[in-house]
Design a protein around this ligand. Structure first.
Ligand code: ZN
Length: 386
């Protein structure tokens, strides 16, 4: 890939990049790679920004929703939906419904997406406590099943949660922590934070009353309301990670959600360390809309590409610097999830790259694990049933 303006996400300037065997083999000044005798395909990236493939830490890959009855269960995510939005690594999770949506089904979908060319990992556990597991305990799931890298999304401060007590959350975190240590994985606990008044207090109580560090938790939906975003800011100042959700609707924003791009801009301006802020799409969750009397009048589905959209709005509209905005969807989630080969343009890292058009930072081309999946605005690798 020649002459692209590379953001690693730190700005490296113009570089030539050699990809091979699913990896980034070398990065050099333009003209600095000498490949005589090698059969290579060249991509001219002179008009492009070259950035890491996006890392989406929360996607209902096998479908979610269901909160408006059986017809509101959402479909599975399709490969091209992720590719078109520049996402090359995802973490699949169960949602509110862990009865008709199961861990075996989640794992099978993750393996399908992996076969189709993405990198797809999962959280074991569930929204409800006691958490679902595949092998009997969270620790066994983390240690014995490659794809499981953490636990979640466990719901708190939400009328749909199972109202777990502080001790129950502490036990989940302890088991995830040890399972993560023994398997060399993140063992992180993804926490769905609802619009309940207790906000982040249940996990803060665990941190205060046990030896479990604040970084064991990865709370999401922090931009759900102004009051939760303010609480999230204080939580981040204490050293915690916070995740913003990019899938939304006009109505949800009118009801008080702060758009992820706007929330990111505010957090960065307030000096929150960009290593602690991430964005995820929550794709394939259902997005209900209600009329003035509170009756359900329509449903739409969260989109993986909302991750890129929020990144672009953060840069184009809110003036967030490219490195900070990119970090929230590449390096920061990769670090939190302990995915050392993801979310960075670095020699030896996985060959997951996105080419952005300089004008508008729209997605032009996508390479996932060394394979060209989208080129010049067209998705060229589709899922099995697309
Ligand atoms: Zn959630």
């Amino acid at each position: 890939m020649k002459n692209g303006d590379v953001y690693s996400p730190v700005h490296l300037g113009r570089r030539d990049i050699l990809l091979g065997g699913n990896k980034i083999l070398a990065i050099a000044e333009p003209g600095g790679l000498h490949l005589s005798g090698l059969a290579v395909t060249e991509i001219d990236a002179a008009d492009m920004l070259v950035v890491p493939g996006f890392v989406d830490s929360l996607v209902h890959i096998s479908g979610g929703g269901g909160e408006g009855g059986y017809t509101s269960r959402t479909p599975e995510m399709q490969l091209s939906e992720a590719i078109a939005g520049g996402t090359t690594t995802l973490v699949g999770v169960l949602g509110t419904d862990a009865i008709t949506r199961t861990l075996p089904n989640l794992l099978a979908k993750a393996r399908a997406l992996e076969e189709e060319g993405l990198t797809c990992l999962c959280y074991t556990g569930s929204y409800q406590v006691p958490v679902r597991t595949l092998l009997g305990t969270l620790q066994e799931d983390l240690m014995l099943i490659k794809e499981f890298i953490g636990v979640g999304e466990v719901a708190i401060s939400d009328h749909r949660s199972s109202q777990p007590g502080v001790e129950e959350i502490a036990r989940i975190a302890a088991e995830a922590r040890v399972g993560g240590m023994l398997s060399g994985k993140a063992g992180i606990v993804s926490v769905h934070v609802g619009d309940g008044g207790s906000r982040l207090e249940p996990i803060e109580a665990v941190v205060e009353s046990t030896d479990i560090p604040i970084t064991q938790f990865y709370p999401t939906h922090i931009n759900r309301s102004r009051s939760l975003l303010n609480a999230g800011k204080v939580y981040a100042e204490r050293g915690g990670y916070i995740d913003l959700t990019t899938s939304t609707t006009e109505q949800i924003l009118l009801m008080g959600e702060v758009a992820a791009a706007e929330a990111l801009a505010e957090l960065v301006a307030d000096g929150v360390d960009s290593r602690q802020i991430t964005m995820s799409s929550d794709a394939n969750a259902s997005l209900p809309s209600f009329d003035a009397r509170g009756e359900l009048i329509g449903l739409s589905v969260g989109r993986p590409a909302s991750l890129h959209d929020a990144f672009a709005v953060a840069v184009n509209k809110h003036g967030v610097d490219l490195t900070s905005a990119l970090s929230a969807i590449t390096l920061s989630p990769a670090r939190i999830l302990k995915l050392a080969h993801k979310g960075r343009v670095l020699q030896g890292a996985d060959a997951d790259l996105v080419l952005l058009n300089k004008d508008g930072i729209t997605v032009n081309s996508v390479i996932a694990r060394g394979r060209l999946m989208m080129f010049d605005g067209q998705v060229i690798v589709k899922g099995s049933f697309e």
